[in-house]
Design a binder for this molecule. Structure first.
Ligand code: XUL
Length: 524
């Protein structure tokens, strides 16, 4: 029997899931979340981040470390678990964010005092106390410079899997290197959020996995190695500052003495962490084509697995299975849904009733760009409401959520050819009325999985896969995910054929409005 821990450090909180695998008997035995704003108020975040001028959005890496420390403490206190059976740990984190460490980091990790909290002991290691995260939109100029140096947006996309994107790591690093050359010179190591947290567990520099590495505009997508020309186009001496890229399943260390002594944990294997989306691919069981996952979280994403990169997808990442995953990301996800709910003073039950009455909003459409958007790229934040009465709660709430679902369904064509089924995950997937809109808009069955945080589950499953491989008893991905990711019949939502036809027309109108208005200022 073995226990496997998966941790997900998302924008707004940190979740840990432990799975127990005993032959064919498989179950989740621990599932807990911490919320950064609520549980770590001393860091002063809102929605897990701190927003500054010029589109800057950052978060303190010490807060993520603090959350990891508290979560392992809670795990160690869990009376139901015999943690001597903990065999391997992996994790995932919000993609693209970067953590800047000075040369002292490795010696600080080696000398950590197990009787003391982790975060304060890490204070000497940061050459930049705050990390830019995926919501950061301050790097437009750096994106253009990188594209110019590499021969244009298409060339960057072919090489790295995505055009230069404001929220990606390479442009973040370039801005830092140019604007704070002294602090960049002090930086010995640039980590992703994922590899930073994996380093803390192992007490040594963790590698980057190809899944998260492909969200940086720095990795050659095809052979999963750092691209020398992309590195040169980004910042001086970057190669020396980046950890190596290794296969997602290559165990690189064991839980460090700090954790073993602090919480009486065993020397469990540490498997490279990946990005939250690649991890969700495993946690939703998407190991074959014609199935797309829609993750409704701080960002909404739609993704699918392919054996070759899709030409039309805005992002192609490597998947933790070694294949490719195509992904489209929408910045206006749960925060926009939450905003419209609060603005009109409704609870989620009332929102569900609103969605169930008058599907299609009598034809009234809204482009839900409360904040600047990445799909399509919208530089001027602001809802675009067409002929709406701003006082009409039902129409505005329905307009925003239906608009989000139409945008997701329209852009999903870029990630997968035919889609037979959608797996919905993320916090908002518990809302059946939203999934009903999704099913009607997509015109296919939508399934919700039991587990809300598919990224943390995916991490635990990846830990299991890597452990068995290292033990010389490899397990196929189909077997890895079985027992955890089969959709429950009770969680299936069917489309209503009449509404599918109506939404097909509305989706066309929505696409036209999107094209017409993406370069225009908000109208109301
Ligand atoms: C994907 C993206 C977001 C983050 C947030 O490209 O930027 O989904 O991973 O979790």
């Amino acid at each position: 029997m073995g226990l496997y821990l998966g941790v997900d450090c998302s924008t707004q909180g940190l979740t840990a899931i432990v799975i127990e695998i005993d032959g064919d008997a498989r179950r989740i035995v621990f599932n807990r979340s911490l919320n950064f704003d609520r549980d770590f108020p001393e860091y002063g975040t809102t929605g897990g981040v701190i927003s500054g001028a010029d589109g800057e959005v950052q978060a303190p890496p010490a807060m993520w470390a603090d959350a990891l420390d508290r979560m392992l403490g809670e795990l160690a206190q869990s009376a139901d678990l015999d943690l001597d059976d903990l065999r391997a740990i992996s994790g995932s984190a919000q993609q693209h964010g970067s953590v800047y460490l000075n040369a002292r980091a490795p010696s600080v990790w080696r000398a950590l005092d197990p009787s003391a909290h982790l975060a304060p002991q890490l204070a000497p290691i940061f050459s930049r106390p705050r990390s830019p995260v995926w919501l950061d939109a301050s790097t437009a100029q750096q994106c253009r410079e990188i594209e110019d140096a590499l021969g244009g947006a298409d060339r960057v996309a072919t090489l790295t899997g995505s055009p230069a994107c404001e929220r990606f790591t390479g442009p973040q690093i370039r801005r830092f290197a140019i604007e704070q050359p002294g602090a960049y010179a002090e930086t010995a190591r640039v980590h992703l959020v994922s590899s930073f947290l994996a380093s803390l567990l192992a007490g040594r520099d963790a590698p980057i996995d190809p899944g998260d590495g492909s969200g940086m505009n720095l990795m050659n997508l095809r052979d999963a190695t750092w691209s020398p020309e992309a590195l040169d186009a980004t910042a001086p001496d970057l190669a020396a500052r980046l950890p190596p890229i290794v296969p997602s399943w290559e165990i690189f260390g064991t839980l460090s003495p700090y954790w073993q002594k602090r919480y009486a944990l065993p020397a469990a294997a540490i498997v490279p962490w990946t990005g939250d989306n690649p991890s969700s691919l495993i946690g939703t069981g998407i190991i074959h084509d014609r199935v797309a996952a829609v993750s409704l979280g701080t960002s909404d994403t739609v993704f699918a697995l392919t054996t070759t990169p899709a030409a039309s997808s805005s992002h192609v990442f490597r998947s933790p299975t070694g294949d490719f995953m195509n992904l489209v990301c929408f910045r206006n996800g749960s925060l926009a849904r939450e905003w419209v709910r609060m603005e009109y003073g409704q609870d989620w039950d009332a929102v569900a009733k609103i969605l169930e009455s008058s599907p299609g909003n009598d034809g009234w459409l809204m482009l839900p760009w409360l904040e600047i958007e990445s799909t399509p790229r919208i530089a001027h934040a602001g809802l675009r409401r067409f002929g709406f009465d701003r006082g009409d709660a039902a129409r505005n709430i329905r307009g925003l959520i239906e608009g989000q679902m139409m945008a997701i369904a329209n852009h999903a064509a870029a990630v997968s050819g035919t889609i037979d089924r959608v797996i919905a995950t993320g916090g908002a997937a518990v809302n059946r009325a939203i999934l009903q809109v999704m099913a009607n808009v997509f015109g296919v069955d939508v399934y919700r999985l039991d587990v809300e945080n598919s990224a943390a589950l995916g991490a635990a499953l990846r830990a299991y896969h890597a452990d068995r491989l290292a033990a010389g008893e490899p397990v196929s991905w189909k077997t890895v995910v079985s027992g955890f990711t089969e959709p429950q019949p009770g969680h299936r939502v069917w489309p209503n054929p009449k509404l599918v036809a109506m939404y097909a027309d509305l989706r066309r109108d929505y696409a036209i409005l999107e094209t017409l208005h993406k370069d225009r200022a908000p109208i109301c």
